[in-house]
Design a protein around this ligand. Structure first.
Ligand code: 26W
Length: 763
């Protein structure tokens, strides 16, 4: 096909204009249509068994560049646009970013769909079509405010399918309408689908903020991802959303099984369902229910479901392990209750230990432990990094591992290097082509070949020149979008991820305070550093909002201080999302991965930064451990207490609340106290909400549940060392090179090949 000609035809038909006369917004719609035509012409991958990846989140990001690359027309389109005076990056600005996820879990699901298609495997995503996403973040008066984030335009990637199912809620049936987004596989001729269910009459965006009547069902079911769950109505809405997703999804699975000519009794031979964290867990009793309806006995239904469903755990944080009151399920989907009781009774009969029960609690107050159901009735349980899986087996889920050792397996996360290197960092990708040929694009382990160029001065210089260009690009974007003027010669030190105490953005802020106090005392740092944050706080997570407030007050303090500003800058990117990540990651020198050891299941940002030649500063947590093993100790900065020690501290604390980690003791240390007490200093508090900063101070000095103070001194030392080393250009450039060279393992193509080999068996 002549790509340019087809673009011209579409532009004529749509707008009666030449390409050169079209604006960027029009060109985006021309390319949207072209991509959709090409996707439509692709076949679905064949296979005896088909995967359904059930997930509450798919953080797919903008699709245009990604799809053009997967369709193999990226270069042709870029060139065609250039020939008529346009640029693909400008056209891309016109694309709204879909808002279907929150953080790592959702982005992982999106990378996985990309890789499943690229490997030519039959596998679709199943989720919900949230209209206003998580929320759009605004930073005003040093605080986060939230507004709806409408992203669906009249013409979008969503394809109406005409397929509908009825979801039987307690209050009556609700129609679920299916929309699809095509997922073309790179280097193949296939396309899979992301199936997103929606209600028939989605409610308009609430006025003002993101508050709405959570009992306004069904029209509000697909308004927001994670609506405020600080009250009962919010939590109940979550269960309604989950059941809506899994009931419609399960019906789709059975419909397709039927269309492929298979009996429901052979479900597990022809379908695999991956349950992405516990949000889709109700698919288990729902499938049992639907199979009973189709004439299977309870034994047959349970047998089929148990060989169809597999569960991925993404966290050991207790608050994230969902337990729903059975009274909620009675309300949302009463027909599931007898099935849940039967599943529970069977599990209890086989395994009387109450720790592994599905339904727990006193009569009248029973809760359903979703992860427990997944483990008993799923055939595989996987963690998302080697350390995380070991922690699941050895402590968090040990009673289950004792029962089902064969079900447990590790699948270290990965990221699609097509988006996270080829598309977001075209200059580095071109250099890699020059050095290695293009094979690394299909086999990222070939990047190891870069190690042969470890002492090649020209390559090292070029890598640094590209980093400098990317830093200027980021500085330009931040100037345009936020009006800040940055120094691209400074060290770009970046922490971007969900705001959570365990990720310890507050510890990063304590480092900023350390440097601020040093500079005020006349101790000038070795070189200027720009500390960049990007993070959304869950609307009801008070402490997270206090941490954002601290960061923004520090930013203002430093911006206004001509003595400090030349050496230290703080920037908080407003509304951090995939689009920002694509600009930030290629421009990063130091990648902050500083979670409390044992708490970050894997991390995936760490992998993206590494691929783009940033050097990790991190704890020995999640996939950082595997990054450290791959790059070696000279090419990563690790610090802090080990995960074993942290687990031991939590155990001690559980046995005796007075023992174990006592933040009070660490707070008293002379190197720590002034940093924490700065939260009470009028110099800072006059810029914001003294109460909020006091609340944060009280929490850190008295509780510090995620132990920032335990590690803060070794963190400061490690960070200073990294910033010092940065000054030796060739020395630093080699670290960059090694990080890119060793990132091939973290391709999600590798991860997906392992899921298929060990869990799905699709072909
Ligand atoms: C309360 C329900 C709940 C709790 C937490 C919903 C969603 C979440 C997170 C957003 C889950 C999440 O994103 N987990 C992350 O998953 C990534 C992919 O495996 C890991 O790399 C991260 O370490 C993990 O935090």
């Amino acid at each position: 096909m002549d790509v340019k000609q087809r673009m011209q035809e579409i532009a004529q038909a749509k707008y009666g204009q030449e390409l050169s006369q079209c604006g960027d917004g029009q060109l985006y719609h021309v390319l949207l249509q072209l991509s959709q035509e090409l996707c439509q012409g692709r076949r679905a991958p064949a296979g005896e068994r088909k995967l359904y990846y059930f997930s509450a989140e798919f953080l797919i990001g903008k699709l245009l560049s990604n799809d053009l690359l997967a369709l193999g027309i990226y270069d042709q389109v870029s060139q065609a646009l250039a020939e008529c005076g346009h640029s693909l990056s400008a056209v891309e600005e016109a694309e709204p970013e879909p808002s279907l996820g929150n953080g790592g879990l959702g982005r992982l699901a999106a990378c996985f769909l990309d890789s499943i298609a690229a490997l030519g495997l039959p596998g679709d995503g199943v989720g919900l079509n949230y209209h206003y996403g998580l929320f759009q973040q605004e930073l005003r008066d040093n605080k986060q405010t939230e507004r709806p984030n409408p992203w669906i335009e009249d013409e979008s990637w969503l394809i109406p399918t005409g397929i509908e199912f009825e979801v039987p809620f307690g209050f009556g049936p609700v129609k679920a309408k299916l929309f699809d987004i095509a997922v073309p596989g790179a280097h193949t001729d296939v396309a899979n689908r992301l199936h997103l269910f929606d209600v028939e009459h989605p409610a308009p965006a609430p006025e003002g903020g993101i508050d709405f009547d959570k009992t306004d069902l069904p029209d509000r079911l697909t308004s927001f991802l994670y609506p405020d769950d600080s009250d009962e109505a919010g939590r109940l809405l979550r269960v309604y959303q989950q059941y809506f997703m899994v009931s419609a999804g399960a019906q789709l699975v059975l419909k397709e099984l039927d269309e492929r000519g298979h009996d429901p009794r052979s479900l597990s031979a022809h379908a695999a369902i991956q349950i992405n964290d516990t949000h889709p867990s109700m698919v288990i009793p729902e499938l049992v229910r639907l199979l009973l309806q189709r004439g299977l006995t309870m034994d047959e239904a349970v047998e089929q479901v148990s060989h169809t469903c597999a569960y991925t755990n993404h966290t050991i944080l207790a608050e994230a392990l969902e337990k729903w009151p059975i009274s909620f399920i009675e309300k949302v989907a009463p027909q599931l209750v007898p099935i849940l009781k039967e599943l529970d009774a069977r599990a209890k009969a086989a395994h009387p230990d109450s720790a592994v029960a599905i339904i727990q609690g006193k009569p009248g107050q029973e809760v359903v432990h979703m992860a427990h159901m997944d483990i008993h009735y799923g055939y595989s349980v996987n963690g998302v990094a080697a350390l995380h899986t070991e922690i699941l087996k050895g402590s968090e889920l040990k009673p289950f591992y004792d029962i089902y050792p064969g079900k447990f397996n590790n699948k270290t996360n990965g990221v699609t290097l097509r988006r996270w290197l080829e598309v977001c960092n075209p200059k580095l990708a071109a250099l890699l082509d020059q050095c290695l040929g293009t094979q690394w694009r299909t086999d990222p382990t070939q990047l190891n070949g870069l190690m042969d160029l470890y002492n090649d001065a020209a390559v090292l210089e070029r890598m640094q020149a590209i980093k400098a260009e990317n830093k200027r690009g980021l500085a330009d974007a931040l100037r345009r979008e936020q009006g800040v003027e940055l120094d691209p010669e400074s060290v770009f030190d970046i922490q971007v991820k969900r705001l959570h105490e365990y990720k310890r953005q507050q510890m990063n802020a304590l480092y900023v305070i350390r440097k601020y106090l040093d500079i005020k005392a006349g101790k000038i740092p070795e070189r200027p550093v720009t500390v960049i944050f990007g993070a959304k706080a869950a609307p009801a997570y008070v402490m997270a909002k206090h941490i954002i407030h601290l960061i923004l007050c520090l930013r203002q303090l430093i911006e206004d201080d001509p003595q400090v500003r030349p050496w230290l800058r703080v920037v908080m990117v407003e509304n951090y999302n995939v689009t920002w990540a694509e600009k930030l990651i290629p421009a990063c020198d130091i990648s902050e991965q500083i979670s409390l050891a044992s708490k970050e299941a894997s991390g995936t940002g760490n992998m993206k930064f590494m691929a783009n030649g940033a050097v990790t500063l991190g704890t020995r947590d999640g996939a950082n451990v595997e990054i450290a093993d791959l790059v070696g100790p000279d090419n990563i900065y690790t610090f802090g207490a080990s995960s074993n020690w942290i687990i031991e501290l939590y155990d001690q604390k559980a046995r005796d609340p007075k023992m174990g980690y006592q933040s009070e003791l660490y707070y008293r240390r002379p190197a720590v106290k002034p940093l924490v007490d700065f939260l009470l200093d009028p110099v800072l508090t006059r810029l914001g909400d003294a109460e909020a900063l006091k609340a944060l101070w009280t929490d850190i000095t008295g509780k510090d549940w995620f132990m920032s103070l335990l590690d803060v001194e070794s963190y400061i030392a490690a960070r200073d060392r990294a910033i010092h080393d940065y000054g030796d250009k060739p020395f630093w450039a080699r670290k960059m090179l090694v990080n890119t060279a060793r990132c091939g393992f973290f391709s999600s193509d590798r991860t997906i090949a392992e899921y298929d080999r060990d869990i799905w068996h699709l072909k």
